[in-house]
Design a protein around this ligand. Structure first.
Ligand code: RP5
Length: 187
């Protein structure tokens, strides 16, 4: 188990960059999934914070977080929750900052409950919903990077380079599969 979420900025400079992305989750037990979003944001040098903001255990904190998000300059909120996962939808109800929802795998229903809770928002309050688990957390962060890249050509170039590397890795794996077996080795 990795360390618990904490308020952080990926900036290494003396003057910390203003936080652009909030990574919030319903419980510290969600961190093992949500740290995959944090890892991507760190890789791209995005200033972010990671916090537990439980919709049902800390409802007043959750509303305060959503209400302050736009004035604080947040460009996106990545919100992960499991089970009756109302955190992303309730945040979205209180802010127009885009909310990217990550369904966290739950013990009894493996996150299908989380997915349905997050994705089935009634018309009028959108939550962009990603895959269950670590893929969803990583993709939500990549989506936030893509949003920020719209006004940041250097970040766009970083994202293009990330895609290129990913393609090269996939091609290399395929090449390995199609290499002839070494002399004397198993076919
Ligand atoms: C949700 O309940 C959280 O997002 C978490 O996925 C789930 C279980 O929370 P804990 O009981 O582990 O704190 O609110």
């Amino acid at each position: 188990m990795s360390t618990a979420p904490h308020t952080t900025s990926s900036s290494q400079t003396a003057e910390p960059k203003a936080i652009q992305v909030g990574v919030v989750m319903g419980s510290s037990s969600d961190w093992d999934v949500m740290r995959h979003a944090a890892d991507i944001l760190t890789e791209f040098g995005i200033a972010f914070e990671a916090k537990v903001v439980s919709a049902h255990r800390m409802p007043d904190d959750m509303f305060r977080y959503a209400e302050a998000a736009a004035d604080r300059g947040l460009v996106a909120i990545i919100a992960g929750a499991g089970g009756a996962a109302h955190l992303p939808g309730m945040l979205a109800a209180k802010t127009t900052v885009p909310v990217l929802g990550v369904p966290v795998p739950s013990r009894h229903l493996q996150g299908v409950d989380s997915l349905h809770s997050i994705v089935q928002m009634p018309k009028g309050i959108p939550v962009a919903t990603f895959a269950i688990g670590t893929a969803g957390a990583g993709n939500a962060a990549l989506f936030a990077v893509a949003m920020l890249a719209g006004s940041n050509p250097a970040l766009r170039a970083q994202l293009d380079a990330f895609r290129t590397r990913q393609t090269e890795v996939a091609r290399a794996i395929t090449n390995d599969l199609t290499m002839p077996a070494p002399e004397g080795g198993k076919a």
